[in-house]
Design a protein. Structure first.
Length: 128
């Protein structure tokens, strides 16, 4: 269980450098201290992968995709709250994301909508 006074660990996996930087700035402005990764592989190789409270994850990444990363996280025995983001807003994808119990946010999105989804994720990770 996460101690109430521990800082939230939020990771962003997005291959678009500009968008990743914008998301990190926005999350910082909300008072969080997120860590960004350009690939799923980079995330998995980091110490953050073992202890992240919320993951903002692009669905379509070069190399390991967002859904493939989800499967690897499950194989590690973790159930991380995830917000899947994608520029390809598609009903089939939306249903698939909801079917695995994760949140979905199509691009482009506002900072306010992302912050709201992150708060939703953190509610499941422990006391806010």
């Amino acid at each position: 269980m996460r101690p109430a006074d521990a800082p939230w660990k939020i990771a962003v996996v997005e291959d678009d450098n500009g968008l990743r930087a914008a998301i990190l700035r926005m999350l910082n402005a909300c008072g969080w201290n997120p860590v960004g990764f350009a690939s799923a592989e980079g995330f998995l190789e980091s110490a953050v992968a073992d202890s992240v409270d919320c993951l903002v994850l692009d669905l379509y990444l070069p190399g390991i995709s967002g859904f493939e990363l989800l499967e690897q996280i499950k194989a590690m025995g973790r159930d991380i709250p995830i917000i899947f983001i994608t520029a390809q807003d598609d009903e089939k994808i939306r249903v698939r994301v909801q079917g695995v119990g994760k949140l979905y946010l199509p691009k482009p999105f506002t900072g306010q909508s992302l912050a709201s989804k992150v708060r939703d994720c953190l509610k499941h990770a422990g006391p806010l």
